[in-house]
Every structure is written in C-alpha cells, then in structure tokens.
Design a protein around this ligand. Structure first.
Ligand code: CDP
Ligand code: CDP
Length: 232
C-alpha cells in the first residue's frame, strides 16, 4: 500500500451516517493515516444510556436523563487490555468499554439521544475536543450541528441489510451468540429514531460527500476517502 503524504489535509473532518455504516472503522483508519485524533461521539450517548441503565433511571424520564448527562464524566483512554477493544471507556471512573456495546444499551441509546439537554451537554464537550483541530469526528449530526464549519464532511451510507450482515460478522468474531434478524431489527429501530427526531436528526449536510459502501471493502472506502481528502 502506498501511503502518500497529503500536504494541508482538511483540519476538521466530520463523518456521519447510520448505525454500522463503517464510521468508526473508516474514521479511525483515516485518523491514523493523517496522524489525527478520532472521536466517536456515539460513545458519549452510549455512556449516558449505559449509566442510566446501571442507575435504574427510566430512559423516558427526560428530566432525570438530562440531569445525568450534565453530571456524567466520560473518559476515553488508550486501551489497557488486549481483548479486542480500541480504547477504554470510563464512566465516572469505572470501565464500561464493553457494557456500552451491549444489546440493552443498543435498545435504549437512541431514546436518550433525543433529549435537548442531553444533546446540548454532549455537543458542548464535542466542540471543546475539536477546538485544537487535527480531528476526525464521527456521529450523526457532526456535519450538520456540532461542527457545521468542518473542512470536510463525509456521509457514509450502506443498506440496512449490508450493515446488519457486517455487524453480525463482527459480533460473531468477538465470540458472541447473535441473531442476524435481531441485529437488523435493532439497526432499523435506531435508524428510525435517529432520523426522525426533531433536534439534530441523522441526515447528510448539504455540503457532505456521500459515500455508499454497499459494494466496497473497508480498504476501498479508506482509499476513496483519502482521495477526496487529497483533492481538498
Ligand atoms: O456504532 P453505531 O453506529 O451502532 O452507533 P453509535 O455511533 O455508537 O451511536 C449510538 C447512538 O447514539 C445512535 O444510534 C444515536 O442514537 C446516538 N448518537 C447521536 O444521537 N448523535 C451522535 N452524534 C452520535 C450518536
Ligand atoms: O461506526 P459504525 O457503527 O458506523 O460502523 P463500524 O462499527 O465501523 O462498522 C461496522 C462493521 O462493518 C465493522 O465490522 C466493519 O469492519 C465493517 N465494515 C465492512 O465490512 N466494510 C465496510 N466497507 C465498512 C465497514
């Protein structure tokens, strides 16, 4: 692989798209190539959902979930264990790296993500992290709301069937017992809430480059995005 050095790459790169469209895989690889940091903002919403479940807070209690999102402390650190994790996710000091990916969290994360105060708290943290630039930020509303002045916006999409199949293979690879039909159903559920909410819905920014990866490998998507970056 020829890894070309790109002079003056876009300083802030936003990658949005539906669940399991390849955002974190592609985003991390792009960030590595550019020597940028990569922030997957989904982790933050997952952390709020995870903590709510642990504390027994009803996810439909807007006031309690909002208050939780304003006091929660989320740390993303270098991986301390070699168990397939890309990094550690600490919630109020405790390691919840794998809990945030559980089916229980998948089931409620989109519900907690609709509340305006939750979005406000997360958006503020995300903008603070992006302040120094040299960042690839991944989410649903990065190009539209969080960083509307991002230098490059990519919207990654793939059909729900392809996304479900990929997530299924990923989870099987982690040794989990999973059902393809359940995964597809869970993705459809989240897509529907994420696209339908009134605040910061999932959508491509008007100036985003749309990349459909239905027929592309991870490598092909990375090469495609790197070409877009080189042309900026
Ligand atoms: O990895 P996956 O695409 O399955 O999900 P994620 O990126 O970890 O995001 C989990 C959930 O957090 C999404 O389904 C959204 O409900 C919410 N989210 C959001 O509302 N805004 C973001 N910027 C990122 C995630
Ligand atoms: O971050 P997001 O939820 O959007 O997706 P991901 O976790 O990066 O990707 C979901 C799965 O699809 C991972 O196992 C990726 O390796 C895989 N993938 C793929 O096989 N081909 C692509 N073109 C993109 C992602």
């Amino acid at each position: 692989m020829c890894e070309q050095v790109i002079p003056n790459p876009p300083n802030i790169i936003a990658i949005d798209g539906p669940a399991a469209s390849g955002k974190s895989t592609i985003g991390n690889l792009i960030a590595n190539r550019l020597d940028y940091i990569c922030l997957d903002t989904g982790i933050m919403y997952r952390a709020v959902a995870c903590k709510a479940l642990r504390e027994g807070i009803d996810v439909f209690d807007a006031e309690k979930i909002s208050a939780l999102s304003e006091r929660i402390k989320i740390d993303i650190r270098h991986a301390s264990e070699e168990d397939g994790r890309q990094f550690d996710v600490l919630i109020d000091g405790a390691d919840h790296t794998w809990h945030i990916r559980s089916p229980e969290v998948n089931q409620v994360v989109s519900e907690v993500s609709v509340y305006p105060r939750v979005r406000g708290a997360m958006t503020e943290l995300q903008r603070e992290i992006a302040k120094n630039g040299r960042i690839v930020m991944i989410g649903r509303d990065i190009g539209t709301v969080v960083l509307p002045d991002a230098d490059l916006k990519i919207y990654l999409e793939a059909s729900v069937e392809v996304r479900a199949q990929r997530r299924y293979v990923e989870e099987l690879g982690r040794g989990k017992k999973v059902c393809l039909v359940d995964i597809e159903e869970s993705l459809r559920h989240r897509d529907e809430i994420d696209s339908g909410r009134s605040i910061a819905p999932l959508r491509a920014a008007d100036d985003a480059v749309i990349v459909n990866s239905d027929d592309m490998t991870v490598y092909e998507v990375v090469e495609h995005v790197m070409r877009i970056i080189a042309q900026r």
